[in-house]
Write a protein that binds this ligand. Sequence first.
Ligand SMILES: Nc1ncnc2c1ncn2[C@@H]1O[C@H](COP(=O)(O)OP(=O)(O)OP(=O)(O)O)[C@@H](O)[C@H]1O
Length: 294
Amino acid sequence: MTTSLRKWDSDPVLTVEHLTMRFGGLVAVNDLSFSVGRGDITALIGPNGAGKTTVFNCITGFYKPTTGMMSMRPRDGSVHLLERLPDFIVARKAKVARTFQNIRLFSGMTLLENLLVAQHNPLMIASGMTILGVLGIGGYKAKEREAIERARYWLDKIGLSGRADDPAGDLPYGAQRRLEIARAMCTGPDLLCLDEPAAGLNPRESAELNSLLLSIREQDGTSILLIEHDMSVVMGISDHVVVLEYGTKIADGTPTETRNDPRVIAAYLGVDDEEVEEIEHELDEVTGSEGGRA
Ligand SMILES: Nc1ncnc2c1ncn2[C@@H]1O[C@H](COP(=O)(O)OP(=O)(O)OP(=O)(O)O)[C@@H](O)[C@H]1O
């Protein structure tokens, strides 16, 4: 990818500037700035405790950051400063959806019901919160039909149409993960934030996940920000990788650039600062030159 194609510079959907999050004396995220390109798959990676989930919690309004600014620009041309919004407005107006590290489906509800619950807000608004909605007067019936169609579209896309009426809790683990992504997509987001979507998946499920995320990017035009430890997912499908260590950004670039960055290698191998130069030297020998790394 050449510099001119870096969407995160030329057309960012999300810009995070000088984000800091402190918990008492602990600085979980330290003066972090990065952008997510519109239509890109961006991976936020780093060792355990690096601050990745905290960044997600700030973006999605679960935490109010200590300092910093996060601007979200959905396709409708609006601009939203996420640090000023409560979480339900982040989802509804700024069009940011998320999944969590631990699956949070309604396991007793059917697959279809899980996808309809995600669309509860627009349905309530269409009902006018009145008896008219219950009677099917006004736009409620049409909105309800749209919600069912959207749910069926996503069930089809994740390959689970045949199980629409089964309880979500009966699905195998990998299918539950896909259902969570479908549920987030039913809210019509411009930015989909996924917290370790490949955790616990076997290689076949991991490959299915990669295809699903690529098709979300290509067919639905939704930008994706994902936290992931599975390097086959990160390196296989990402356009852009941002690396954190102890809350601080240590690398930001294409997958190839970050994979070969000595600071990233050092962070993952857990080596000391002095050893980074040695690794840098070894990498130069392998790649032939400084420029060969990118
Ligand atoms: N609500 C909280 N209160 C206090 N400390 C917190 C809170 N949330 C996170 N932390 C601390 O902030 C640091 C970053 O945690 P975070 O969960 O963001 O890391 P992570 O990179 O997502 O880790 P992992 O890959 O293990 O999920 C850790 O030291 C964690 O203990």
